[in-house]
Write a protein that binds this ligand. Structure first.
Ligand SMILES: [Zn+2]
Length: 385
């Protein structure tokens, strides 16, 4: 992902709409952006609309223990589908540790083979519930035994071009407070992103109130886990105090609307969280649907049906959730077309791109991952149609 070259886009989103945009890339990063530039003979032409690369903050490529070779082969298919939908970075929330790092490494190899950035979010998962009950037999491969052993195993994973290692506390159910602190300390010492599944189901909140005498958010606050490096996934069953605390601590929130709908999950208070100070991001989670634009519009449309109100999040805010906010949650300086950022960009084409002016509203409400015609990751073309 250290490509160099020049691209010339008919229209591009550079924080505002721009025409005839020359994007010059050196060593995988954007060196210069020039608007209203004539197309140089050596530049690759991008018809249609060019936007920053999309970030898929929460993915479970698989939830079953396959052989590493199957993991690699199937991983390639999933990551290829993501690239073709304009996703240039994926956060793979991984907790199948029965074979140590073998399956995690197979995912990393699959991502590198296809050319997508991967943040392997290695999750600590130790117990069956807040009362300390053990894992069920079919969950045993999730566990390293204890958090120190989790940290020692994760220490053996190495970052590389296009590969970041991040940490996760699976949930307040699956990790006791002392172990949570060990995981968070590991993440902070390594300047790695930290993720957690938070309050997806009411049962987690009820059990937490019973055992810990506080909500899951309050428990995380009490243990010093909340901070701008933390991404809370789902964050659905929250009270007003939880929302204020998450905002004060500048926690990022990852909504996974297509998966949450499928599971019959309630709608997270995303507007209140954003108003409180949280950055919103999105993820494809179960990967039944791989389309970050659908997740971004779902973020808004689900709020509309939950509240009976319209336009709670402006289209530009949704595009920010799908790009730069998500990239930050995964530990990448990408998701914006400006000098210094990683050179990830995606071109969309439809009949309307020839006569309409690019706007975030059309991108979010009128396009899908299937309209992607060209994808560049780190200055290298990985999809072209
Ligand atoms: Zn998940």
């Amino acid at each position: 992902m250290n490509g160099s070259g020049r691209w010339h886009a008919d229209q591009a989103w550079v924080g505002h709409r721009a025409e005839n945009v020359l994007i010059e890339v050196e060593g995988g990063r954007i060196a210069r952006i020039t608007e209203k530039a004539p197309a140089p003979h050596d530049a690759i032409g991008l018809k249609g609309w060019t936007i920053p690369g999309l970030a898929n903050v929460h993915s479970h490529a698989f939830l079953t223990d396959w052989e590493p070779a199957d993991y690699f082969n199937h991983g390639r298919l999933v990551f290829r589908e993501m690239l073709e939908a304009g996703i240039t970075a994926v956060g793979e929330f991984h907790y199948l540790h029965g074979r140590g790092n073998e399956l995690g490494l197979a995912l990393i190899d699959a991502a590198r083979e296809e050319g997508i950035r991967i943040t392997l979010i290695d999750a600590c998962y130790l117990r069956g519930g807040l009362d300390g009950r053990p894992l069920e037999p079919d969950q045993l491969s999730f566990s390293d035994g204890d958090a120190d052993r989790w940290a020692r195993r994760v220490d053996e994973l190495t970052e590389a071009d296009g590969v970041r290692i991040a940490a996760a506390v699976h949930s307040v159910r699956a990790v006791d407070p002392e172990s949570m602190r060990i995981v968070a300390t590991w993440a902070r010492e390594h300047k790695a992103p930290l993720h957690i599944h938070l309050a997806e189901q009411p049962a987690e909140v009820e059990e937490c109130l019973q055992v810990e005498g506080c909500t899951p958010t309050e428990l995380l606050d009490r243990e010093g886990i909340l901070g701008p490096d933390l991404t809370a996934v789902h964050a659905i069953h929250l009270n007003q105090r939880d929302i204020a605390v998450l905002g004060d601590r500048q926690v990022s929130i990852c909504a996974c609307p297509t998966t949450e709908r499928d599971l019959g999950d309630r709608v997270a208070p995303l507007t209140a969280l954003a108003d409180a100070g949280c950055a919103l991001t999105v993820g494809s989670d179960s990967n039944a649907v791989i389309d970050i634009l659908e997740e971004a519009r779902g973020l808004e449309l689900d709020q509309r049906r939950a509240t009976g109100r319209r336009v709670l999040h402006e289209p530009e805010e949704l595009l920010t959730a799908a790009t730069v906010n998500g990239m930050r949650a995964l530990g990448w300086d990408a998701g914006e077309l400006r000098p210094g950022m990683l050179a990830d960009f995606v071109t969309l084409e439809q009949p309307q791109t020839q006569w309409r002016e690019l706007s975030p509203a059309y991108v979010i409400y009128g396009f899908s991952g299937r309209d992607v015609t060209n994808v560049v990751v780190g200055g290298e073309t990985v999809v072209t149609r």
